[in-house]
Each structure stands twice: as structure tokens, then as C-alpha cells.
Design a protein around this ligand. Structure first.
Ligand code: AMP
Ligand code: MG
Length: 401
């Protein structure tokens, strides 16, 4: 049996680039940019007025002028209205282009406007105030958003402002989520007294949706022939198979054997961890990857976050985030030669330290407990006793990447 770190290394050795595709920018949120986006012109593209008020030439202030004749009004988007003399001003709005004959904007709050005249009610005026200068944010052709960047709402505004309506983004693998087991019925069905409704597959799909990744769903019956046939089709049509269930020691856990018969080579089977010990990982000769998680819902959930998402992020070209650590808030013991993924609730204490309070639940079948926690704390394999106040890595799953 291999360690968590060995499993992680084997999985990371299979990071794969699935290429790029073009998407409309309105659908690109959460995708990873696969090109550099440049400013098509300076940002801002002109000297932009930042206050509603008047535009004047500061030389007027220097020569003691404090009342200005309003020559005209310039709204945002209007052609600039120029003044002919320093005793004149232009009534001007936020977002308008500063006329070249002016260099300073005075806001309405510092003025009294009456009968076509604007009079200063302050003497605190600085040359060049209330102007957002052309090109000060970005110069034309400067990169505003680079290759490998996650497309956030802020990036959407940037690409929109430079007119990039089609974006080249990293393509995600084609993923199918497979559930297995004759005890499972669909969520909208009524189970017999000895069946349950399936849930892992929906959870997995939801986690992927949170990361803007699509996946198809398929359920496998515990029938070796049917399993083999369906897995064969999946291997033909998908890059990644995400399985939950059917990989343990049970009499009806047919999946590893079926996968081997279909030329999916076992890269590992079983990891020194709880939950999730029977985790199986393999690769087809043609490159398709199979993550087969144990069916117990907490195990599936943990493995998806601990192994699959980091692999996916790396495959999409995202830089790994620094690991997150938290302080164990209650002592804990675990007397098995396995790495324990403790279920914890996180909060910040008064010193802004991230605290992890164990919320143990009733083992890896207790998926109701997942609703009460927000992370798994990865406790070191070498130890059995974990003291309150000790700091360990946490995998939080309530967040997006
Ligand atoms: P297995 O790994 O197939 O032995 O399954 C272990 C446990 O997880 C069993 O109690 C299964 O009923 C349960 N299980 C497996 N797949 C799912 C699923 N998709 N949704 C909910 N529970 C599941
Ligand atoms: Mg099963």
C-alpha cells in the first residue's frame, strides 16, 4: 500500500494538457485564459474627468480668478467643448474627455452656480485635480491579462473594455462520472427498504460545476459483463472517468478487473489513508485516466478534493495555491497506520488564526456530516496523538478556485 504523498506524485505525473478552445467572453467566467490579452488603446483612452463640476485652466486660479462664465455643458461621451479665455469654464460630467484648453476639474460641491456663472467656494484647488489621465492604468498593447490566469469577474471587465469578445481558454478534459452498485436508485426514485438513493455522483458533478467544469453521469449495475461494456464505451468517449464505488474487496467490486481487461493499467490501488483506502488509479494505453474512488460518500468527497481537483487545476495550467494550514482546536488520537483526514469546521479566532474544530461524524458513510464541516485536516501518518494547538494542513472544500 502506498502513502498519500506517493499517490499524489503518481497522479501529478499524469498532469495532461487538453489544449485550448475559443469561447465567447460572456461564457468564460471560471475558465483559464490560454492567451495574453492586450489593451487595444490606452487605458483610460483619454484624460477622463472623475467628478461632475466644471473644467477650467489652472492659470485662471493663479491669476486670482474665482468666478467663471459657463461656456457650455459637456456630458460623458460628448465631443470636448473648448474654452477661449481663462475666465470661461465648461460644465462637465464624470466620464467626459477633458478639453485640451483646460487642465483642472472643480466639483459642484466646491462651487456655486447661478445665472450662467460658477463661483468658487473654496480656495483649495490643485492643478490637475479630478482627472484620470490617459494611459496611466495601461498603455496601448500592454498585457492586461495573461496566459494561465483564472477568468474572474474583474478579468471579464478588462477583456470587455479592450473589445476581446472571443477568448482562447484552456480546454477541460471530457469527464464522465460513474456510480456503481445495485443498492442504488436514482434520486427521483423510491428505493426498496434495502436500497438507497445514489448521491455521490450528484455531489461530484456539483463540485465540478462549482469549478465551471461539466461532466456526464452514468450508473453501472453490479454486473461484470455490463460493466465492461459500459466502461469500454466510456474509454472511447471521455478523457477522464471518475468512479465512485466498486473498487473495494467486496464480492461485487468488479471494476478494477474490468478496467485491467480494457487495458487500463493500475497505477495504484489502495492508499494508506482514512477515509478512502481502496482508492484505485489507472491509465489507459491511449492516455485516458481513471480515478476510482471508494463508494463511501465521505471517501469519495475527500478523494475528489484531495487528489482530483489539484490534478485538474494543474492540467488546466493553474499554478498551485499555497497550502492552507489551520490550528487543531481539540486534541485528537488516531491509532492506525493510516493518514487520517479529520473532518473539521473552520473559523478565525480573535487573533485571526484559522482554527479547525473536529466534527467527527459516524465514519465514511456519514454524508450528513459533510454538511456540517468545511474542510478535511490532513493529520501526519507518523503520529497517533495530535494536540490541541498543533498546526496541520487543511483541504477546504467550501471554496472555488
Ligand atoms: P462500495 O465502494 O461500492 O463498496 O460502496 C461503499 C458504500 O458506499 C456502500 O454503502 C454504497 O452503498 C455506498 N455508495 C456507493 N456508491 C454510492 C453513490 N453513488 N451514492 C451514495 N452511496 C454510494
Ligand atoms: Mg458497490
Amino acid at each position: 500500500m502506498i502513502t498519500v504523498e506517493e499517490a499524489e506524485n503518481i497522479i501529478f505525473a499524469q498532469v495532461t494538457d487538453y489544449g485550448a478552445e475559443i469561447v465567447p467572453f460572456e461564457h468564460a467566467l471560471g475558465c483559464i485564459l490560454a492567451e495574453n490579452i492586450k489593451a487595444d488603446r490606452d487605458l483610460p483612452p483619454f484624460n477622463r474627468v472623475t467628478m461632475d463640476g466644471i473644467a477650467i485652466n489652472y492659470e485662471a486660479i493663479k491669476s486670482g480668478i474665482s468666478t467663471f462664465r459657463i461656456k457650455g455643458t459637456q456630458a460623458a461621451g460628448d465631443e470636448p467643448v473648448n474654452i477661449d479665455e481663462n475666465t470661461e469654464c465648461v460644465e462637465i460630467m464624470t466620464g467626459a474627455m477633458l478639453p485640451v484648453t483646460t487642465d483642472t476639474v472643480i466639483r459642484y460641491e466646491d462651487l456655486e452656480c447661478r445665472g450662467g456663472l460658477a463661483t468658487l467656494v473654496t480656495n483649495n484647488i490643485k492643478r490637475g485635480q479630478n482627472i484620470h489621465y490617459k494611459g496611466i492604468d495601461k498603455k496601448q498593447d500592454e498585457i492586461v491579462s495573461s496566459h494561465g490566469q483564472l477568468i474572474t469577474p474583474a478579468i471579464i471587465s478588462l477583456v470587455a473594455s479592450v473589445g476581446e469578445t472571443e477568448l482562447r481558454v484552456k480546454k477541460s478534459p471530457r469527464i464522465i462520472i460513474l456510480s456503481s452498485g445495485d443498492e442504488l436508485v436514482e434520486a427521483d426514485q423510491t428505493p426498496t427498504p434495502f436500497q438507497i438513493r445514489m448521491s455521490n455522483n450528484y455531489t461530484m458533478k456539483a463540485v465540478l460545476q462549482q469549478h465551471h467544469i461539466d461532466a456526464d453521469l452514468l450508473h453501472l449495475r453490479d454486473d461484470p459483463e455490463a460493466i465492461k461494456k459500459q466502461l469500454k464505451q466510456c474509454l472511447e468517449n471521455y478523457d477522464v472517468l471518475l468512479l465512485s464505488g466498486g473498487v473495494s474487496m467486496g464480492k461485487f467490486d468488479y471494476i478494477p478487473k474490468a478496467l485491467e481487461e480494457l487495458e487500463v493499467n493500475t497505477l495504484f490501488h489502495k492508499v494508506m489513508q482514512r477515509p478512502g483506502k481502496p482508492f484505485w488509479f489507472g491509465k489507459h494505453d491511449k492516455g485516458q485516466l481513471v480515478f476510482a474512488f471508494p463508494g463511501n460518500p465521505v471517501a469519495t468527497f475527500m478523494c475528489l478534493h484531495r487528489y482530483f481537483l489539484p490534478w485538474l487545476k494543474a492540467s488546466l495550467g493553474l499554478k498551485a495555491e499555497p497550502p492552507l494550514f489551520a490550528v487543531l482546536n481539540n486534541r485528537q488520537s488516531f491509532n492506525f497506520p493510516l493518514k487520517y483526514f479529520l473532518q473539521v469546521k473552520l473559523h478565525y479566532n480573535e487573533y485571526c488564526q484559522l482554527m479547525a474544530t473536529p466534527v467527527e461524524g459516524n465514519g465514511s458513510g456519514d454524508f450528513a456530516n459533510l454538511a456540517d464541516i468545511d474542510a478535511f485536516m490532513e493529520l501526519p501518518l507518523e503520529k497517533n496523538e495530535f494536540k490541541k494547538g498543533e498546526v496541520f494542513k487543511v483541504w477546504r472544500f467550501d471554496q472555488r478556485f
